[in-house]
Design a protein. Structure first.
Length: 169
């Protein structure tokens, strides 16, 4: 009788352990509500960066974490529109470990962006990331060093000429 109880206990413990392991360590897909399209998703040690596009051409940058209870939104922000180039920034804070700047553009000439903040001698560079939309480019810069104030975004074409310049307070 003791052997049967021990076997049952081990089977239940193993089942619960495997369930929790698969829930926590599965490659999570981000739930999209409404008509949003996920343009870009990047998994970090701290969570997921997700850029979505709505049916109304609004862009949103979100930071999510995965836990036993499921997805948890830690923060999100909508893009500022500047013609065919959109800028969105998510500043580090409470649960968000690093600042992220993203440029979403339909300009075919835009090849690279450089992000400069006041007081920094080092510029952060980003090339276009693979997106789900063929005519949309996403450029993402994330760093623990960025503070999200006095941001200058310089967009370059393939030859290094300035195509777009965005200055934000």
């Amino acid at each position: 009788m003791k052997e049967h109880l021990l076997t049952l206990f081990l089977a239940v413990t193993t089942g619960v352990t495997l369930f929790l392991f698969t829930v926590v360590n599965r490659p999570a897909t981000i739930p999209v509500f409404g008509l949003d399209t996920v343009l870009f998703e990047h998994q970090t040690v701290h969570g997921h960066l997700v850029i979505t596009s709505s049916a109304y051409d609004d862009f949103q940058l979100s930071f999510l974490t995965q836990g036993v209870g499921g997805q948890r939104y830690l923060g999100s922000t909508f893009a500022s529109t500047l013609d065919e180039t959109h800028f969105v920034s998510l500043v580090a804070g409470h649960d968000i470990p690093f600042t992220t700047h993203a440029v979403i553009s339909t300009n075919p000439l835009l090849h690279e962006i450089i992000v400069v903040e006041r007081g920094f001698r080092i510029a952060h560079r980003a090339h276009a990331k693979k997106t789900t939309c063929a005519d949309t480019s996403v450029f993402v810069v994330s760093s623990f060093d960025l503070i999200g104030e006095d941001v200058l975004i310089i967009g370059l074409d393939a030859q290094g000429d300035v195509v777009v310049e965005i200055a934000l307070p």
